[in-house]
Ligand binder design. Structure first.
Ligand SMILES: [Zn+2]
Ligand SMILES: [Zn+2]
Ligand SMILES: [Zn+2]
Length: 445
């Protein structure tokens, strides 16, 4: 915080346009990097053809409207990422406990929580809760590095997730695995339905005619830079009725499917992509539903590195300046290099080098699982609009059509003083939300 920013902020607060500016901070949620727009919204009365302007930035502070950036990444924008995280929690929770347009009967359906990991691409230092890192073979690899590590690393230790020998580590396979994990997941869902049918003594066709496996899945990066998948799977009856299948049986089916499933590698014939042996499947009981929703939402705000150097697309020239740890840099460079190969062009590894090859979405769900971010956001938008109109004392007529025309005027706050006010506003909001959550109980967003 510098003196200039403070005097700019004071000037803003003292100006006659402050209430209007504060209203914009509020509608953009205190976004740290808002998009500045110039334009207006006209309303056409579809029966009379009358056109009038409902809103124009002409009368707004600096003649612009601040629109929230909507980023999910904390390193890009904290207030927007918190909002995103709240939406993620609602979306996951609704699929397990109902609400926001999802039927409450989901509570009674068989539900499991699954964690799937990547296989080993070479020994990495690991956090040792009850033993040394790699007690193991004496001797050295062909690059002359020790094969064992007897340290007991804590989570705070920078070495965790880094290879014992970077030259032995299979960076290519690690990047290709990230690039193919979405396909592996798709196949796992199909295999789970098959295993479920077999266990229930049904044909695949009969099972599919009666049931559907709905899911929400989120990905995160392990310290070694490999994708890690967490998912909630739920069995629905297609007719909307009760499901007479056991959650334990679903857990078995996932186990079976994940153990067997594989996807072809575009890099190496005969070395298909598979899940690692670390597989965790548990039945989700009623009491655990909230914990699981919070747990999944926690991953929403992260990027491939903690510091945020990889929270946006990069070019090869950017890589040295990112200040990445060696291991992450090697993964980024490998993705870039493989991205130059014609045979791998379809993986678009250069465009996704900042995600270490992974080009999926951090959260995906099957259609029937619960609500969507879009619906949650438009509900919020409609609410704000209604609120704004109520203040203006205007009602919305059903046969009116809104027509907006906007021009992009820039990104970020116009002055450091405005940025400071936005931070202050966001801080207040976060505290209000915390208080509200305590009052509303465990399911509040
Ligand atoms: Zn933002
Ligand atoms: Zn170690
Ligand atoms: Zn080696």
């Amino acid at each position: 915080m510098n003196d200039l920013a403070i005097s700019e902020a004071v000037e803003r607060i003292a100006s006659p346009s402050w209430p209007a500016f504060e209203a914009q901070l509020s509608s953009s949620g205190g976004c740290a990097r808002p998009v500045r727009l110039v334009g207006k919204v006209d309303v056409v009365d579809s029966s009379s053809g009358e056109l009038r302007t409902r809103f124009s930035t002409e009368g707004e502070p600096d003649g612009v409207l601040l629109k929230a950036c909507g980023s999910r990444r904390t390193t890009r924008c904290r207030p927007c990422s918190q909002l995103y995280k709240g939406d993620a929690r609602v979306l996951v929770a609704a699929g397990m406990a109902g609400g926001r347009g999802t039927d409450e009967s989901v509570t009674d359906r068989p539900t499991v929580f699954v964690t799937l990991t990547a296989p080993s691409f070479g020994a990495v230092h690991r956090q040792a809760d009850n033993g040394p890192c790699h007690p193991g073979p004496q001797g050295r690899c062909r690059h002359g590095r020790q094969l064992a590590c007897w340290e007991r690393h804590t989570g705070a230790d920078d070495v965790v997730g880094k290879p014992l020998c970077p030259e032995c580590y299979d960076y290519e396979a690690a990047v290709i695995w990230n690039a193919r994990v979405t396909e592996l997941w798709r196949r796992t869902m199909i295999a789970t339905a098959r295993a479920m049918a077999r266990q229930s003594a049904m044909t695949v066709r009969t099972f599919a005619a009666s049931y559907r496996i709905s899911f929400v899945k989120v990905v995160e990066y392990q310290r070694r830079g490999s994708i890690h998948v967490h998912a909630v799977l739920r069995i629905d009856a297609r007719d909307g009725g009760e499901v007479d299948l056991d959650a334990a049986r679903l857990a078995d089916a996932v186990h079976l499917a994940a153990g067997r499933v594989q996807a072809p590698s575009p890099l190496r014939d005969g070395q298909p992509i598979r899940w690692g042996s670390q597989l965790d499947v548990g039945v989700v009981s009623g009491a655990e539903r909230r914990r699981v929703a919070n747990y999944l939402a926690k991953y929403s705000t992260k990027s491939a590195d903690d510091a945020g150097a990889l929270d946006h697309r990069i070019t090869e020239a950017d890589i040295p300046g990112l200040g990445l740890p060696d291991h992450l840099e090697a993964l980024v460079r490998t993705a870039w290099r493989l991205g130059g190969s014609d045979a791998l062009a379809h993986l678009r590894l250069r465009a996704w080098a900042h995600c270490l090859g992974f080009r999926g979405h951090w959260m995906t769900k099957s259609r029937a699982y619960s609500t969507t971010f879009g619906l949650l956001r438009s509900a919020r938008h409609e609410f704000r609009k209604a609120e704004a109109l109520r203040i203006a004392g205007e009602e919305i007529a059903v046969d009116e059509i809104e027509v907006g025309s906007w021009r992009f005027a820039g990104v970020g706050h116009a002055t450091e003083g405005d940025a400071l006010l936005a931070r202050w506003h966001a801080e207040l909001r976060a505290r209000h939300r915390q208080l509200a959550r305590k009052e509303e109980g465990p399911w509040a967003a």
